[in-house]
Each structure stands twice: as C-alpha cells, then as structure tokens.
Design a protein around this ligand. Structure first.
Ligand SMILES: [Zn+2]
Length: 243
C-alpha cells in the first residue's frame, strides 16, 4: 500500500432482486413490536412483505424492525471464487488470508482482444510490460472493457484465456486474478481447465468486475473483503480501488 488517496472506485456490479443471471432473491419481512406497547411479554408479529410494502410504515407507532431472507447462487454478480470451487480439499471462502486480498493491483489493458477469441500468452506478456510489469504478490486485473455488455446477450461471448497465459500468470506468484468478463475458460472447455492452475496455486479468481476503465492508471490499491463463511466455494464480493 502506498500513497494518498482521493477517490474510491467501486469495481462490483449492483445485485438486484430476481434480476441476475444466477438466482438472487430477497424476501423482506417486518417484525412489528406494536403488541409489546400494551404487553411487554407479547411476541412481536412477523409479517412477510413485498418490496412495494417496505416503503409504507404500517405499524401504528412505527415500532418495527425490517429484516430480509436471501436466497442466492454463490456465483451471482461480481464474485470471488476460491480453490474449493474446483478442488475437494482446497481452501474455502473463510480460509483465504486477508493479506492476499488487500494490496496493489496492476491493471492489464486487454481491450484490443476480440470477443470469443483466445488471449495468448504473448498478449498477456505485452500488456504486463505496458503496465510496468507484474510483481510477486500483485493482484492482477485484466481489463477487457467487456463489462459494458453485462446482462446483454453479448456478455457471454467474451475473450477467454489460453492455458499457457494462465500458467504464466501463476508462475508470476500473483495474489488474485480478476476479470471484467463472466468466464476465463473457452466455451468449448470440457472442464474448468484454466481455473485449475489458479486454484492449485491458491489464487482466487474474481469474475464480473466492472469500472476497471475508470481507474486510468496502471497500479492502484485494492480492497477485496469477502464475508467469512465456512465451506463456501465463492461469494458475491465488493471490490474497491483507491485512487
Ligand atoms: Zn469461474
């Protein structure tokens, strides 16, 4: 971490109820404490709500607490995948050291890569040289500018990596790989070929980043703070860059 910062750039997409490619449902409920006004022993009334009802304060004295139940896919929206995603005994979401998730990120400009084409190791190496090189322990964000197609038909038709380019990033001993696309594997892949070398080296992968083009510098300090849940393979994550 170095330098003074003046701007926070949010690198995560907004998650919307029932409006994601993967399950993401929010059920609001109102805990109404009104019965306690006359009887301190009385149980509060729990009432399921619709989103329209949330804006209406319908307990007589406003003695309520709003809560939600969530049902969602661990790979919804901007999410971080960890080795357990593909490896039986790999570390889960709670086991990734925070030191690995806070630090300097280098942005590789890969905006010249075509949709549905393979990114070669040469392209990655050239982008790395252009950005001043990759250091051991860097967070590496690959900027394709593909986030502009998020939730459109074009989004799935993203550039993908050659196995050689992933292996090259792994041997650079990077801390995290992040992409502004939904996938790093070829649409024809029979199994998550490109995920495996990352996870075998304990390198988490962030898919569906956004706003990398807002950073406009090659190095930036980044915070990735996943919730601490045991056993999970992945989770939506808020990623921020400090500029
Ligand atoms: Zn993935």
């Amino acid at each position: 971490m170095k330098g003074e910062h003046t701007e926070i750039i949010d690198l995560s997409h907004l998650l919307l109820h029932d409006n994601e490619t993967r399950t993401f449902q929010i059920k609001p409920q109102l805990v109404d404490f009104t019965p306690r006004v006359s009887n301190p022993e009385a149980p509060p009334k729990i009432k399921p709500l619709t989103f329209e009802e949330i804006s209406r304060d319908d307990t007589p004295q406003g003695y309520y607490v709003l809560m939600h139940e969530l049902l969602f896919h661990t790979n919804a929206g901007t999410h971080m995948e960890v080795p357990r995603h593909c490896l039986k005994n790999g570390p889960d979401l709670s086991e990734i050291p925070l030191e690995q998730l806070i630090g300097e990120a280098v942005i590789l400009d890969l905006r010249a890569c075509r949709p549905q084409s393979q990114v070669s190791v040469k392209q990655i190496q050239n982008a790395a040289t252009e950005s001043g090189g990759i250091n051991r322990g860097d967070i590496v964000f690959c900027m394709f500018g593909h986030d502009v197609f998020y939730k459109t038909d074009k989004y799935k038709r993203c550039p993908y990596f050659s196995l050689e380019s992933i292996r090259w990033l792994v041997q650079k001993r990077i801390n995290v790989l992040g992409v502004d696309t939904p996938e790093i594997d070829s649409p024809e892949a029979t199994h998550p070929v490109n995920h495996l070398p990352l996870f075998e080296a304990n390198i988490p992968l962030i898919e569906n980043l956004t706003n990398l083009t807002e950073i406009k510098q090659t190095r930036v300090n980044v915070f990735i703070l996943p919730v601490k849940i045991k056993f999970l393979d992945a989770f939506p994550v808020r990623v921020i860059a400090l500029k």
